[in-house]
Design a protein around this ligand. Structure first.
Ligand SMILES: C[S@@+](CC[C@H](N)C(=O)[O-])C[C@H]1O[C@@H](n2cnc3c(N)ncnc32)[C@H](O)[C@@H]1O
Length: 205
């Protein structure tokens, strides 16, 4: 397996397995794609992947790092995911989002989840994660906190997700992550925590 080098760290094996298990097909939306963790696995499964993010530089890096044989399936677009997504209802056969929802306050997370559900076709596949209990340090071992983020515990995140997916049959898995030598552009050196991986099919109850 090719390991995609990302400033956000390695591709967790639990997420790679979840991508394999959910069996994406058709047109897949990668929400807040960053510089492309998991993009190769997504491109192998899907017909097309549209990677959206509000960081143009990362989108360019993603495109440039994508292996030639897969580039013709990859599309990029600058989108602010805190606003309504610029896509019609039921546009995508798959929606994917990792490493991002925990960055926002509850109201924004709910809005992003609503948008992900809205643009997904009936029977479409949804796969996303939610990082919790995050602990970051700088190169001197001093704790780093990001002002804007919600800082959720696993219990809080589970309650939020249950509320937002009352009518959905969710598959949930809890895993741990750790990065000890993060890229300096991330604003920290080490990060660890838990993450919930959620898989679902729209319409399964
Ligand atoms: C921690 S990174 C995760 C990137 C990637 N999904 C991954 O798993 O490696 C969070 C991403 O969210 C993007 N992001 C943050 N706020 C955003 C916004 N309002 N609209 C679109 N993307 C945003 C950042 O640019 C960054 O690429």
């Amino acid at each position: 397996m090719i390991n995609f080098m990302s400033k956000w760290g390695k591709e967790e094996k639990e997420t790679l397995e979840a991508i394999e298990n959910i069996q994406f097909s058709g047109n897949v939306l990668n929400v807040a794609s960053g510089d492309g963790r998991f993009i190769i696995s997504l491109l192998r499964e899907a017909e097309k992947v549209l990677a959206i993010d509000n960081n143009d530089l990362d989108l360019e890096i993603l495109k440039n790092n994508c292996p030639r044989g897969l580039q013709n399936k990859l599309y990029i677009k600058n989108v602010d995911i805190t606003k309504p997504f610029p896509f019609d209802n039921e546009t995508f056969e798959g929606v994917f989002c990792t490493g991002t929802l925990h960055l926002f306050h509850k109201e924004i997370i709910i809005q992003i989840l609503e948008e992900m559900k809205r643009v997904l076709k009936p029977n479409g596949k949804l796969l996303f994660d939610f990082a919790t209990d995050i602990y970051r340090t700088d190169k001197n071992g001093v704790k780093v906190s990001f002002k804007e983020e919600g800082n959720y515990t696993i219990e809080e995140a589970m309650i939020l997700l249950e509320e937002q997916f009352k009518d959905w049959k969710l598959k949930k898995e809890v895993a741990h992550f750790i990065e000890e030598n993060a890229d300096s552009s991330t604003g920290y050196q080490t990060i660890k925590g838990k993450f919930i991986i959620i898989s679902a099919t729209k319409g399964d109850v």
